[in-house]
Design a protein around this ligand. Sequence first.
Ligand code: GLY
Length: 402
Amino acid sequence: MKKSVLIISCIALPLLVCSCGKCGLYRMIDKAFENAQAQYIPLADSILTACPGRFPHSLKEDGSMTAVKSNGWTSGFFPGSLWYIYEWGQNPEIRDFADKFTAQMEKEQYNTHTHDVGFMMYCSYGNSYRLCPDTLKRRILINSANSLKSRMNPVVGCIRSWDGEVKPGWHYPVIIDNMMNLELLMWAFTETGDSTYLKTAVCHADHTILNHFREDYSSYHVVNYDPVTGDAMFKGTHQGLSDDSAWARGQAWGLYGYTMMYRFTSDDRYLHQAGKIAEYITSFPVMPADKIPYWDFMAPKDGEWTPRDASAGALYASALLELSTYVEADLSEGYREYAIDILKSLSSKEYTAARGTNGRFLLRHSTTSFPAGREIDKPLNYADYYYLEALLRLKNILDSER
Ligand code: GLY
């Protein structure tokens, strides 16, 4: 009798577990990482052989690879993705490639010419240190945080994004993307206890709330400040459709940035900001059914094909999953469902490239800059990075509920 109960339980238990949908999600996650491993090993190998010192970024119109130098803003994403794949599968071959590509980033710790040093070093060395810590990596990350911190002008209250005059009169441009770089500063504060990192990040985040957001919590891409008076002189766009529009990835940088700031500070103002941005994104009426946004929310025109931005979709998924862990149950459920819908879309054949195609990047259909005609409907290394990150975040949430 006892034996038959046991046998029935053994058969029924997996069925019961599967009926809640979690098994399907685990399968989606594992399939995506198996694919990522199969695509990225030959990609890493070929880049190291053909162009050492470079990092896969995207594809040109003729299908050939764009590979950036270590000082390109996207350089850290490929090593970061390799670290995520290593985190998932613990494959020593992947770790070896992750180590090699990360080491190629080392000199950027002293790069004081761009805010992107945060993206570059935290995605590469940050993940490397998190998974396989050592004192050299720690030093490199702290030096990188110092380089980033040096770009703060206390009169403006923000870290300067770009050097040079990207447009005439832009003497102190700050872009919403810059919220992402604060993660390196917050890490440095947590690691060293030096409050100057915290003060810099909080000052930047607070000024960005003041100047980058509209009443509906959509954000401008660029705010140009007067570096002498600190006044916001111009609010508009560089990569979006128009000064008044909502550039899809810009909304993602804000959502992710304030969610991350809440993680480190437990400051309710940041949770509120992230919640409002999430509301703007998830209730936007012109969102495609698959929840992968148009490159700009205002871009679609009747009868015209409008490119998507899978990188923005991946970012929404990753940020919403984190945000879902900070809010009450019904909101949390909604964020999680939205993120899962995105991940299902990105994991479908429409977005995940067939093995051996797409230059071995994982995802299709991202857009760098429509106005500049750069990488429209193309793979992008950071779409892959945030997709893998979101899948791992989902796995961690599911694991925690087991
Ligand atoms: N941070 C540059 C971009 O999002 O295109």
